[in-house]
Design a protein around this ligand. Structure first.
Ligand SMILES: [Zn+2]
Length: 419
């Protein structure tokens, strides 16, 4: 469709009461005003993602799928009173008692208001509500990838089951715990303990210092190979309770040599993925906002791994470790995409305020009076976005208010209703 074919006037009235929104809301579908239609699309995406969509899921889908309504349309499903009447309530209202929506209903029950939970509940008591991820009221979604965290735990526990990889590969190379402990100049009991406890018992690197370069390279390649194996292969190699490896030195060395030869050019060491998962896990506890990726140590590791993404894709079906690392990369990419979008949005919305400052100011004085709506001060009045632009708020009169400089500074990028 040519841009000139779009009847601009209709877009304006169809989209919203302001031109800003109209520009962000192309009429890529005729039923855009129909709430039922939006809810059906929302449910469709929920099923596709197998989780409750977050703001940027909607944004991305709207951008990439021409059949899907643009994000701005969904904003209308939020309550005007911004009293946390969440989209989950709307969805429940829509499909609450219908047959065939049990999956959706179950998801909604975690995110809806208490009132709705009582009507449509009960929620499965085995799932603790406080274990659910933060709900982001401003974007009516939840922080995405809560599932990733659970998978990280699983992946790491598989890996941890194999103890320290250097020690494991030494064990395979020397053929027994006894011989390996002797070669590393360690009491056998300590070596055994190190295998089981994995961390902090000894530093493998220094333990291997006395080895020739060739031998050390062999053992460190062996360590990487162990992580690189499919989950099943590793389990087969080390049966439960450290009964001993099921292969002998010759086989192990042969395996390493063929592994070296087969390594693709975009190879990503498994150890690097372990590092990524651990860093991400540490970050998880303090994540509150989509900006959690910025300036975090995770990004440093991600930068090293991302060039080998294709390798990860090939390995993902065999190894939990690689599939989870891949998911973290995807989440990061979505975050980056969202970040670019929000930067563009902020620029536009601020430019609108600058260009129309005087008329906005006068309109707000007419509506609320010429004072700070928070403390009543008449000094240093500024135009503030109730829903901050950084969280998707628009420069439209409904979303603006006058605040004095101190109140505005204190509010920062939070959504605070006027007193
Ligand atoms: Zn004030």
């Amino acid at each position: 469709m040519n841009i000139n074919d779009i009847p601009t006037k209709n877009i304006k009235s169809a989209a919203s009461k302001n031109d800003v929104k109209a520009r962000l809301v192309p009429n890529n579908t005729t039923d855009i005003n129909d709430e039922k239609y939006l809810l059906e699309k929302f449910i469709e995406l929920t099923r596709e993602l197998k989780r409750f969509p977050a703001m940027w899921d909607l944004m991305k889908k709207g951008r990439t799928d021409p059949e899907f309504p643009r994000y701005a349309n969904f904003r209308r499903l939020r309550s005007k009173s911004r009293n946390q009447s969440r989209i989950a309530d709307k969805v429940l209202q829509f499909c609450g008692s219908l047959e065939g929506y049990e999956d959706i209903r179950e998801l909604c029950l975690f995110y809806c208001s208490e009132e709705y939970r009582q009507i449509f509940g009960p929620v499965d008591a085995s799932v603790r509500r406080d274990a659910m991820p933060d709900i982001d009221f401003n974007t009516f979604g939840v922080l995405s990838s809560d599932a990733v965290f659970v998978q990280i735990d699983e992946a790491l526990s598989v890996i941890h089951g194999f103890g320290d990889f250097y020690l494991r590969s030494a064990w395979l190379y020397f053929g027994s715990i006894h011989a390996a402990a002797h070669a590393l100049n360690l009491p056998e009991s300590l070596y055994r303990e190190a295998l089981v406890r994995h961390a902090g018992v000894l530093t493998p690197m220094s333990a291997f210092d006395s080895f020739s370069d060739d031998l050390f390279r062999l053992l460190s390649d062996g360590a990487n190979m162990l992580i690189d194996m499919s989950d099943n292969e590793r389990i087969a190699l080390f049966p439960a309770k450290q009964e001993g490896p099921s292969i002998v030195k010759e086989t192990f060395v042969k395996k390493i040599k063929s592994w070296r030869a087969d390594r693709p050019h975009n190879y990503v060491p498994g150890a690097m993925c372990v590092e990524l998962l651990k860093k991400y896990k540490r970050l998880w506890s303090c994540r509150r906002h989509p900006g959690f990726f910025s300036s975090s140590p995770v990004v440093e590791t991600l930068m090293k791994i991302i060039p080998g993404q294709r390798f990860l894709q090939n390995k993902a079906s065999e190894s939990k470790l690689y599939s989870v690392a891949l998911e973290i990369i995807r989440e990061y990419e979505t975050y980056r995409w969202h970040r670019e979008e929000i930067t563009k949005h902020i620029d536009t919305q601020q430019r609108i305020i600058q260009n129309r400052h005087k008329s906005f100011f006068n309109a707000l004085v007419l509506r609320d009076g010429e004072f700070c709506v928070h403390c009543g001060s008449t000094e240093n009045l500024e135009i503030d976005h109730r829903d901050p632009v950084s969280l998707g708020g628009f420069s439209v009169i409904d979303n603006l208010q006058l605040l004095c400089f101190p109140c505005n500074s204190e509010k920062s990028n939070k959504t605070v209703p006027p007193v």
